[in-house]
Design a protein around this ligand. Structure first.
Ligand code: NAP
Length: 490
């Protein structure tokens, strides 16, 4: 990989059996740069025939890969992590160009995490204890964790390589072979990682990559009879379709889906800390993180001061060219997504909402003037039942609501169909304990946001998903338990 060069205007191929293969149907899709609208690359519009080849290559590689020792598999992952570290500048440039996110964010968050995911699971799998149950005179049980076979990894566009590596590393460490399908909107960083696989010593066929649309390529992968598990991160609608397709074959699914996460700001909160944290939680990656807190629920005594301070802080976020070190907010992923976000802001106006900050498309000067930018937007005064309080907008749009009591705060927090994450801002430990227990969310942060420990369970309640990833939860998902009983005295 040449340093500092975005993989622009080239034609990608699939990676199957360690080789680059053009799609059999000869069809391609355009991959655009969100910050400019320019063509970045053409990617395979793969169909079922390409997925068949990839699954067959993975199946062929499985017996040898699954019989390697944990240390041998870990060495491959560590070598891959070393290559990611060596090329992190170039990978971050690719990710920033393909997603529209600020380059600094792609470096500090995305690429740092890709490397951490690989290193973490290389170690975690080796430190994963096996279960044993002693029955005294009736004997002894030990439980093996066996790989599943060929597994599918399907990932979204907001954190492309971050999320793909989060699935890839535990799948490989547990002895599975993989067919991955990244979002058609952000295919480039996966292609760059796959190009490193040979140098990392990953045998041909252990990891395969098929590009294409969700409806054609993704669906063919989900429907493939040889796929033993599907690890999916994306929208709730797609997650439901995948669950329905997998159910008749009893295929395991891990579904990490959407969110509409509340931030609960109590009257005793440290406002300096809360304002800085809420801006980060609301607008990181232009609000396109499943964990972003897009609903701020604030005690009525603090409403006026918090809204003034937040309005000021949001207005100071610099929107523009993602490659500039001064940029806080880059572009949204596509023109279609930009229109969707702007339509929600228009709806907010129609519903009587007050736009405290932002509220429009943004047109930077220079090379990014055709890009898909939206000003970071803060809205208050919406009716309680507004869809802006309930539906996932997945953009830089945050709403403010006030509450009078803890019960009301919890009721508002739990009023959406989602249940992924929540943040609680208070100095009172008893408030923390009561509200953290009552809020319906898989992840709760207190006086902070997105502090991640890769050993902990990650995932959502209600419409935010099914199952957990992280640490032993990922290792369990990618394996099947087999219990073996030995009689006493053997
Ligand atoms: P999406 O439209 O559901 O797509 C996710 C992935 O699924 C993409 O690779 C997509 O391919 C593919 N896909 C679409 N239809 C498919 C089908 N019928 N069969 C198989 N695969 C299919 O989601 P997105 O718009 O990319 O991502 C945004 C969503 O992801 C948000 O809702 C966000 O909250 C959620 N998310 C959740 C988490 C979490 O951990 N809970 C993390 C990040 C994002 P194409 O893109 O090529 O269509």
């Amino acid at each position: 990989m040449s340093e500092g060069r975005v993989a622009g205007r080239r034609t990608l191929k699939n990676w199957i059996g360690g080789e680059q293969r053009a799609p059999l149907g000869g069809r391609y899709l355009d991959d655009l740069e969100p910050a400019t609208g320019d063509l970045l690359a053409r990617i395979p519009d793969s169909g079922a025939e390409d997925v068949d080849l990839a699954v067959a290559a993975a199946g062929k590689a499985f017996p040898e890969w699954s019989s390697l020792s944990l240390q041998e598999r870990a060495s491959c992952l560590v070598r891959l992590a070393n290559l990611v570290a060596e090329h992190s500048e170039a990978l971050a440039e690719i990710e920033s160009a393909d997603t529209g996110k600020p380059l600094a964010l792609a470096k500090q968050i995305d690429m740092a995490r890709v490397e951490a995911n690989l290193r973490f699971f290389a170690g975690a799998a080796q430190h994963w204890p096996a279960d044993a149950h002693d029955m005294g005179p009736a004997g002894f049980n030990y439980t093996r964790r066996e790989p599943l076979g060929v597994v599918a990894l399907i990932t979204p566009w907001n954190l492309p390589l971050y999320l793909l590596s989060w699935k890839l590393a535990p799948a490989l460490m547990t002895g599975n072979c993989v067919v991955a399908k990244p979002s058609e909107l952000t295919p480039l960083s996966a292609d760059a990682l796959w190009a490193m696989a040979k140098e990392a010593g990953i045998p041909p066929g252990v990891i395969n990559l098929v590009h294409g649309s969700g409806v054609r390529c993704g669906q063919a992968l989900v429907d493939h009879s040889e796929i033993k598990a599907i690890s999916f991160t994306g929208g709730t609608r797609t997650g439901r379709m995948i669950a329905a397709a997998a159910a008749p074959r009893l295929v395991k699914t891990s579904l990490e889906l959407g969110g509409k996460n509340p931030a609960l700001v109590f009257a005793d909160a440290d406002l300096d800390q809360a304002v800085a944290g809420l801006v980060r939680a609301g607008y990181t990656n232009q609000g396109q993180v499943c964990l972003c807190c897009s609903r701020i629920l604030v005690h009525e005594d603090l409403m006026e001061e918090l809204s003034l301070r937040l309005t000021d802080a949001v207005a100071n976020l610099a929107v523009g060219d993602p490659s500039s070190p001064d940029t806080d907010q880059g572009a949204l992923i596509s023109a279609e997504h930009q229109q969707k976000v702007l339509a929600y802001i228009d709806l907010a106006r129609e519903q009587g909402g007050r736009i405290l900050s932002g509220g429009k498309a943004h047109h930077p000067e220079g090379r990014c003037r055709q890009g898909y930018f939206v000003e970071p937007t803060l809205i208050s005064g919406l009716p309680e039942h507004s869809c802006l309080h309930r539906e996932e907008i997945f953009g830089p749009v945050v709403t403010l609501q006030s509450f009078a009591s803890e019960d009301e705060a919890i009721e508002l927090a739990n009023s959406s169909d989602y249940g992924l994450a929540a943040t609680i801002w208070t100095r009172d430990l008893a408030t923390v304990q009561r509200t953290a227990a009552r809020v319906k969310a898989g992840l709760v942060w207190v006086n902070g946001w997105l502090v991640r420990d890769l050993r902990t369970p990650f995932g959502g309640m209600k419409d935010s998903g099914l199952g957990r990833e992280g640490g032993r939860w990922s290792l369990e998902f990618f394996t099947e338990s087999k219990n073996i009983h030995l009689p006493a005295g053997v």
